[in-house]
Design a protein around this ligand. Structure first.
Ligand code: NAD
Ligand code: GLY
Length: 351
């Protein structure tokens, strides 16, 4: 099992990756305090025996699966159940699931009694490479993604790649989408995946990539936990991606892939991204979309997507749309455009 430290001013957390992490870490983590579990309906159905083995007798909140449930009413219901279960300041919350469970479970842990210990056990590839690490927690509100949330670091993240064996190909694609994001920031990850898109079904290849992506993210978060600077790099493809997600009904990972596709094309066109490198990155994005093709994106939404990008958290008050984009191999930059220019460039990039 690999062990990675993520030290922030609030906490020195640990991330463990390997097929033996559960048996090596979970018994110690569940001892000595009252525990509470948040999971979703799909994970609970698939892993009922796993929950019985590791969390027998523990109160489990089962959220209906899906992004549409990453909401305030669901958060309220979790907090109500935590209160009813008589949790204390010393209690511990375990978020077992994909990014939706991790985000809402992490926020519940941050809020309950002003913060109780939280352990993330990510079960999707997207959550394993990205969302379970770094302490961003949130719910969506009023059609805006992740608009209510907190930075709240988990004390441990247990990444067991064997969970990926039950993950549908479309969800693997979503996780690979975030891996491609790291490839846009890190030359070694870029070299590891370029031309190897057929290996994304191989568990040991994925395990190596998960570890490399987490190591990259841990360094970025240690340098900039609250996203004042370097952490903005982790939003490559996300400004347009979040807008696509809100208007198309595609999942987060699929939408981020389209976000990277369109924003990279826009950055090449504007001379912000080196053409030859940008085209190599685009080829990886396009092959990743083919891992499990979705129905063609309905481009009649594209102007609505541009409107949605206006409410993105990353924008400041200057009316400009801010995108984190790849610039050259291993290099990124913030590419800002006034709204009307962004809209025109997006329409051009999408067709
Ligand atoms: P998700 O949590 O909705 O999971 C995707 C689907 O896979 C769900 O239907 C779920 O029930 C199912 N599932 C989970 N584990 C499974 C398993 N082992 N086998 C079979 N099915 C399984 O979505 P996601 O893609 O994991 O995460 C997306 C969410 O993460 C979005 O809300 C996004 O905003 C958030 N996110 C957060 C961060 C962060 O830093 N906090 C980063 C990226 C994304
Ligand atoms: N997924 C972006 C971040 O954690 O900052």
């Amino acid at each position: 099992m690999e062990s990675i430290t993520l030290k922030t001013p609030s906490l020195e957390g640990r991330i463990y990756v390997g097929t033996d992490v559960i048996e090596n870490r979970l018994p110690a983590l569940t001892q000595g305090q009252k525990n509470f579990v948040v999971t979703d309906s799909n994970v609970y159905a698939l892993y009922s025996q796993w929950f019985k083995k590791w969390f027998d007798g523990v109160e489990i909140f089962v959220l209906p699966a899906g992004e549409e449930n990453k909401t305030f009413p669901s958060l309220y219901a979790i907090l109500e159940k935590m209160t009813g279960a008589g949790l204390h300041r010393t209690s511990r919350l375990f978020a077992v699931g994909g990014g939706v469970v991790g985000d809402i479970g992490g926020l519940a842990a941050a809020l309950y009694m002003r913060g109780i210990s939280c352990v993330q056990i990510p079960t999707t590839l997207l959550a394993q490479v990205d969302s379970s690490v770094g302490g961003k927690t949130a719910v969506d509100l009023g059609g805006v993604k992740n608009v209510v949330g907190a930075f709240y670091q988990p004390c441990e993240v247990l990444v067991d790649p064997t969970f990926l064996q039950t993950l549908p190909a479309r969800e693997i694609k979503c996780g690979v989408g975030e891996i491609v994001k790291y490839a846009a920031l890190n030359s070694e990850i870029f070299d590891l995946i370029e031309g190897k898109e057929d290996k994304f079904i191989n568990l040991s290849f994925l395990t190596k990539l998960i570890t490399d992506c987490i190591c990259h993210k841990a360094k970025v978060v240690e340098a900039d936990e609250k996203e004042g600077g370097e952490r903005r790099s982790l939003n490559v493809g996300h400004t347009t991606g979040h807008a696509v997600e809100l208007t198309s009904g595609l999942s987060h990972g699929e939408s981020v892939l389209y976000g990277m596709l369109f924003e990279t094309r826009m950055a090449i066109e504007a001379g912000v991204c080196e053409k030859e490198y940008g085209e190599r990155l685009l080829a990886i994005v396009e092959k990743t979309i083919q891992i499990a093709p979705n129905a063609p994106l309905d481009l009649s939404h594209i102007e609505a997507d541009a409107e949605k990008a206006r409410s993105d958290k990353k924008n400041a008050d200057d009316g400009k749309i801010k995108m984190s984009v790849a610039k050259a191999k291993g290099k990124w930059t913030v590419f800002s455009l006034p709204f009307e220019e962004y809209k025109a460039a997006l329409v051009k990039a999408a067709y």
